[in-house]
Each structure stands twice: as structure tokens, then as C-alpha cells.
Design a protein around this ligand. Structure first.
Ligand code: SUG
Length: 432
């Protein structure tokens, strides 16, 4: 039996999780701006999701939250050289700036990087391009720190190759694996890399540029014949699909998606069929599943995972069960003759209210046996590890956070101390 498997690295939700309405075009982020958040519930939800995947027999990795607030950024913006002064002055200047440095957005590790397995790269190593997340201020603080974390997780240069985030800011705006899917007969075999970019024509900003997708494909050192660049539908972006993973997900030979994912649907699917022979496309037609319902339910922002028996399961947000169209469509998917054998619904409502479903919360890395052995065990968890993380959350997190709390320098210290305690407990170096 092949020892190649996909390992998911979930983002553990940090103690500053809040609803600041920072993401234009992200319907949930905009709708919940200013609401009270519950960081403790958020983190426990993310840990329950990890536990479910372990129970399903998968290897589960995680990335600890990045330290927030990001005082380095406030100092660099000229707000002063000590924590109290910097928060106070930044708040007086513009509370939105304070919100950006507090954001716990590193939880959405689908945006951490784009990853290519060693079967697909020229030097037969696993390649990582951390996303520059240039489209949003709060997210562009992540790239360099995430890169440092990934280098700790995948430290062995014989197996892993790390590239820097793309330079050039918005000219090469890259949001990582959320706009990338890999199709292959199985995880172990060479795959087709499908990069989906946005373009002009949408009311909301397209957060992945074509130039960035092409640059990521080059950096990953993929075979040109196995790269497909497809344009996202402006209608999907305008309806709230700010990342392509809001309207589709791929796993091995299966592509599960909404009819309105691509600008030119017929051409896109024809190209996919041509480049990935044997692909199984499970498509939700708009008449059965209006785009608005697809986005409200985050049906396609599910994890599609292969279980030990080779069958596939969808890990879906509970919102997909609550939405009539999504629920009916899912019932049909289960009854039809296709690879999806099971549905698992999970509650990640705290993240969902910022536009982050199950698929946003994980970075997928396909690894062979030797590569799995080379991954730092500090970042792989099991039921006991989950319990330790839950105890840490219970000890350090608040169960209510509102915008005004962010101006309190004591809360800033509390959050930073909690995260450095965690890094100390795990034996992981804090990124700077
Ligand atoms: O980048 N929300 C994130 C959600 C990311 C979801 N990821 C994927 N689809 N893969 C974003 O828009 C909202 C933060 C706030 O408003 O406080 C936010 O950043």
C-alpha cells in the first residue's frame, strides 16, 4: 500500500479573533462587522474539527496562531516605541489600523501557502510558496511570519524547498492554496495543478492575480504541461466568492464545484477533462443551487478527504445542512454514483462569521513516507495533543471580544503572553 498521504495543517484560532469587517467582498466579514466574537469558542471549534479528522483516521497537523497584535507593524508605522503609546496613538489615528494588527486571520491556513508535492516538482522535493496576501492590509502581515513557521515544520532541505512570498505587492497578489487545486488519479501519482485567478470585470477586488498564479507555478517548478490557469467568474466574485475555494474543491480525481465557478465554464471544464483524463466532476447546477445559496451555506468550502478505505468524505459546515438547497443537493450527491461516500457536518460558526469555512482552516500537504518522517512532530497532533491545546485555550482565552477591547493595552499583552506560552509549551520558535 502506498504511504503517500495528504496531511492537513489546520490553523489554531488565536485569542484575538474578532469581527472587524476588514475584508471587502467577503460577505460574512462585512455582515458581521462590529459584532461581539467569542475567541474561546472559536478555538475550541477549530480543535473539534481537528479531532474529527483524527477520528476519521487522518494525520492531523496544525499551525499555532501568529502573535497578535503585531506591534512591530505599529512601531514601523510611527506610532511610538512602546505598547501603550503605540495602541493609544494608532487608535486615535484610526481604530481600523488597530484592528488590522490584531486580526487572528492566520487561522485560515488555506491562504498560508501554495504547496506542490515531490511527485510534481523538477527536483523531487516538496515546494512551498507562502502567500503574500497583498490584497488586504491585515492579511499581508502574515506572509513573512508564516514563512518562518513553515520552515520550522518542514525543516529538512533534502525533502523540502521554501520560496519567499512573491514580491511586488498587489501587482502579484497571491492568496495561496485557496485558489489552487490539484487533480491526480491518487495522491501518490503526478497531478495537474489548477490555478484560479480573478480579473477585472468584478465589482469586488480579485484577490489572486493571473500574474501571481503564473509566478507561483514557476516557483513551484512544475512541469508546464501540468499547469492550468483558469479565470474565476466575476459573478462568483461579486456574489462573495473572494477565493475560489468558496465555490469548489478538488481531491485526487474528483472536482466538486458550482456551475458558476469559472468565467468560461465550458472551456474550463473541457480543459480540465483534457489535462486530467479520468477526472470525476460533481457540479452543482445554478438552477438547483443558486450561487447565493452556495455562498451563504459554504457548501463548497468543505474538505474533501480520502479515508483509509479509499472512499471520500466531505467535511462540511453545519450551515450547509441548514440551507435547504445545499442540503437537498448533498442528499443527491450521496445517492448518485460518485466517489463521495459520507458527509460530516461541523460547527465552525465563529470562523464562518468571518467568511472562513472548513476548507479555509486547513493547508493540505501531500507527503510520501520519508517526507512524513521528516516533518517536525511538534506540529502534528493527536487526541492527547488536542486535549492539551484545549486546556491552554480554556486557561487563556476570553469568551467575548468587542472592538473597544482592542484599544486596551492590557488585553494586547494578555493575548501576546498567551501565544508565547503556547509556543514555549510546544517548543516552537516565535516568528518575528
Ligand atoms: O481573507 N476573513 C478572511 C477569510 C479567509 C477565508 N479563506 C479561504 N477562503 N480560504 C479573508 O477574507 C475577515 C477578518 C475580519 O473582518 O475581521 C477575514 O480576514
Amino acid at each position: 500500500m502506498s504511504t503517500v498521504r495528504e496531511v492537513n495543517f489546520d490553523g489554531l484560532i488565536g485569542p484575538t479573533h474578532n469581527y472587524a469587517g476588514l475584508s471587502l467582498g467577503n460577505v460574512a466579514s462585512q455582515a458581521n462587522a462590529g459584532e461581539a466574537s467569542n475567541p474561546k469558542a472559536a478555538a475550541l471549534q477549530s480543535l473539534s474539527k481537528m479531532r474529527l479528522l483524527i477520528d476519521l483516521g487522518l494525520v492531523q497537523g496544525f499551525l499555532p496562531p501568529l502573535p497578535r497584535p503585531n506591534f512591530k507593524a505599529l512601531y514601523a508605522l510611527g506610532f511610538g516605541a512602546d505598547e501603550r503609546t503605540a495602541i493609544e496613538r494608532a487608535w486615535r489615528c484610526d481604530p481600523a489600523i488597530v484592528a488590522t494588527v490584531y486580526s487572528a486571520s492566520s487561522m485560515w491556513t488555506a491562504n498560508a501557502a501554495t504547496v506542490a508535492p515531490s511527485t510534481d516538482t523538477k527536483d523531487a522535493r516538496v515546494h512551498f510558496v507562502p502567500a503574500n496576501l497583498a490584497s488586504n492590509l491585515h492579511r499581508q502581515f502574515e506572509g513573512s511570519q508564516t514563512a518562518q513557521l513553515l520552515q520550522q515544520v518542514f525543516a529538512d532541505p533534502d525533502h523540502f524547498r521554501h520560496h519567499p512570498p512573491l514580491p511586488g505587492g498587489v501587482f502579484f497578489s497571491d492568496e495561496g492554496a485557496a485558489n489552487h487545486g490539484r487533480l491526480a488519479p491518487s495522491h501518490a501519482e503526478p497531478g495537474l495543478h489548477v490555478f484560479v485567478y480573478g480579473d477585472d470585470g468584478a465589482r469586488y477586488p480579485a484577490r489572486q492575480s493571473r500574474a501571481a498564479s503564473a509566478a507561483v507555478a514557476r516557483s513551484l517548478e512544475l512541469n508546464d504541461q501540468r499547469v492550468l490557469l483558469l479565470k474565476q467568474s466575476p459573478a462568483a466574485i461579486d456574489a462573495g466568492a473572494f477565493h475560489n475555494d468558496v465555490v469548489g474543491v478538488a481531491n485526487e480525481n474528483v472536482l466538486f464545484l458550482h456551475e458558476q465557478s469559472f468565467a468560461d465554464r465550458d472551456l474550463a471544464l473541457a480543459r480540465v477533462r483534457e489535462c486530467a483524463p479520468g477526472v470525476e466532476i460533481i457540479e452543482a447546477p445554478s438552477r438547483e443551487m443558486p450561487l447565493e445559496d452556495a455562498i451563504a451555506s459554504y457548501l463548497f468550502n468543505s474538505q474533501l478527504v480520502t479515508l483509509g478505505d479509499g472512499k471520500m468524505a466531505l467535511i462540511l459546515p453545519v450551515e450547509a445542512r441548514e440551507n435547504q438547497c445545499a442540503n437537498d443537493f448533498l442528499k443527491r450527491v450521496l445517492e448518485d454514483d460518485n466517489s463521495v461516500a459520507a458527509l460530516n457536518f461541523i460547527d465552525v460558526r465563529e470562523s464562518m462569521r468571518n467568511g472562513g469555512g472548513p476548507a479555509c482552516l486547513r493547508l493540505r500537504v501531500v507527503l510520501n513516507g520519508a517526507e512524513q518522517a521528516a516533518v517536525s512532530p511538534l506540529f502534528i497532533t493527536d487526541p492527547d495533543g488536542i486535549e492539551r491545546l484545549e486546556a491552554w485555550v480554556a486557561r487563556h482565552y476570553r469568551d467575548r471580544l468587542v472592538a473597544d477591547d482592542l484599544r486596551d493595552p492590557d488585553f494586547a499583552r494578555e493575548a501576546l503572553d498567551a501565544v508565547s506560552t503556547l509556543y514555549g509549551m510546544l517548543g516552537v520558535r516565535l516568528p518575528n
